[in-house]
Write a protein that binds this ligand. Structure first.
Ligand code: NAD
Ligand code: MG
Length: 302
C-alpha cells in the first residue's frame, strides 16, 4: 500500500489478477474538489506504467479535469502516445496539475495548463481559444470535468447545489464543445465522461445521475449531427474509480473508503485502467466508432 510519503501510486499498470489489490482504504475526506496527491492510497494515473506506441502521434488534445483522476490518466496516456495536451482544472488544484504537466513534458510533448472555472461561459470560450492557440489547433476534446456531491434527501438539495452540478456537468461540455467546433477538422474526436450512474442512478446522487444520463445523450445526439462533418463523438461510462471526486463529498466518508468493494471484481478501478478507452476513442483507429458509450464497471455491466 502506498503512503503519503512517496509519489509512487500503490499499484501501477497491468496486473495479472484483476481482483487485486483489494480495497482496504483508510477513511478520508477532503473539501471539494480534493487533491489526488493527498489521497491514501494514491490513485494510479499510469505515472510509472502507461506505455505508448505512437497511436496519437501529432494530435492536439484539450482535456477538462486533466489534473487528477480519469482526466489525468488520459492526459498522461495521450502524451505517451505522442499528443500535445492542454489541461483545464480549478485553481486550487494547481499542485495536482503541476505533476501532470511535468509528466507530459517529460515525453517531449507540449503541455499547456489552463486553470479556471467551467461554470463560467466566458471562461469556457477563452479556455478553448487558449488551448487552440497554445497547441496550434485542436484534434481531440475530452469533456471530463465533473461535480459529484451526494445528498440524502431531496428537501436538502439546494438550488445552488443543483445548479452547480448542472453547470459543471451539462452546461460546460456544451459551452466548451460549441467553442471548439470551429477548430475541429474531419478526423477530430470528442469524448465525454459520463458514468454508470446514467443507467443505474443511486438514491443519493439525484442531480449528478441526471447529468450523467444527459452526457450519454450528448454523445449520441452530437455524433449524428457531426458525422457528416467527419467528427466522432463518444461517451465513457465508468463504474467506481478511485479518485478525489469520491473522497471530497461524492460519497459519504464510510462508503468512499469501500468504493468498488461490491463490484464483482471486488475493488474500484484505477484511473490508468480507463486510459486505453480514451486513447482508442481519440485515435484514428476508432474511425468507425461514433455515437457509442463504453463501460468499465468492474463486472457489474452498465
Ligand atoms: P477528479 O476529482 O479527479 O476529477 C474531476 C475534475 O473535475 C477535477 O479534477 C476538477 O479539475 C474538475 N472540475 C470540477 N468542477 C470544475 C469546475 N467548476 N471547473 C473546472 N473544473 C472542474 O475525479 P474523477 O473521478 O477522475 O472525475 C472525472 C470524471 O469522471 C467526472 O466527470 C466524473 O463524473 C466521472 N466519473 C467518475 C467516477 C468515479 O468513480 N471516480 C465514476 C463515473 C464517472
Ligand atoms: Mg482534481
Amino acid at each position: 500500500m502506498s503512503s503519503d510519503t512517496t509519489d509512487q501510486p500503490f499499484r501501477s499498470g497491468a496486473i495479472e489478477d484483476p481482483r487485486l489489490p483489494r480495497p482496504d482504504f483508510p477513511k478520508q475526506e477532503q473539501p471539494a474538489p480534493g487533491l489526488a496527491s493527498r489521497m491514501d492510497p494514491l490513485p494510479d494515473h499510469g505515472e510509472t506504467s502507461y506505455r505508448g506506441t505512437g497511436r496519437l502521434s501529432g494530435k492536439r488534445a484539450l482535456i477538462t479535469g486533466g489534473d487528477s483522476g480519469i482526466g489525468a490518466a488520459a492526459a498522461i496516456a495521450f502524451a505517451r502516445e505522442g499528443a500535445d495536451v492542454a489541461i483545464n482544472y480549478l485553481p486550487e488544484e494547481q499542485e495536482d496539475a503541476d505533476k501532470v504537466i511535468a509528466l507530459i513534458e517529460a515525453e517531449g510533448r507540449k503541455a499547456i495548463a489552463i486553470p479556471g472555472d467551467l461554470r463560467d461561459e466566458a471562461f469556457c470560450k477563452s479556455l478553448v481559444s487558449q488551448a487552440a492557440e497554445g497547441l496550434g489547433g485542436l484534434d481531440v476534446l475530452v469533456n471530463n470535468a465533473g461535480r459529484q456531491q451526494f445528498c440524502e434527501k431531496l428537501e436538502d438539495l439546494t438550488t445552488e447545489d443543483f445548479d452547480a452540478t448542472m453547470k459543471t456537468n451539462v452546461y460546460a461540455p456544451f459551452w466548451v464543445t460549441r467553442a471548439a467546433l470551429p477548430h475541429l477538422k474531419p478526423g477530430a474526436s470528442i469524448i465525454i465522461t459520463s458514468s454508470v450512474q446514467a443507467f443505474s442512478p443511486s438514491d443519493i446522487l439525484f442531480d449528478y445521475a441526471q447529468t450523467k444520463a444527459a452526457n450519454v445523450a450528448f454523445a449520441q445526439s452530437l455524433a449524428k449531427q457531426l458525422a457528416p462533418r467527419g467528427i466522432r463523438v463518444n461517451a465513457v461510462c465508468p463504474g467506481p474509480f478511485w479518485t478525489a471526486l469520491q473522497i471530497s463529498g461524492g460519497q459519504p466518508t464510510e462508503k468512499a473508503a469501500e468504493h468498488g468493494k461490491k463490484q464483482p471484481l471486488g475493488r474500484p478501478g484505477q484511473p490508468v485502467e480507463l486510459a486505453p478507452i480514451y486513447v482508442l476513442l481519440a485515435s484514428d483507429e476508432a474511425s468507425y466508432i461514433t455515437g457509442e458509450y463504453f463501460g468499465s464497471v468492474g463486472g457489474a455491466g452498465l
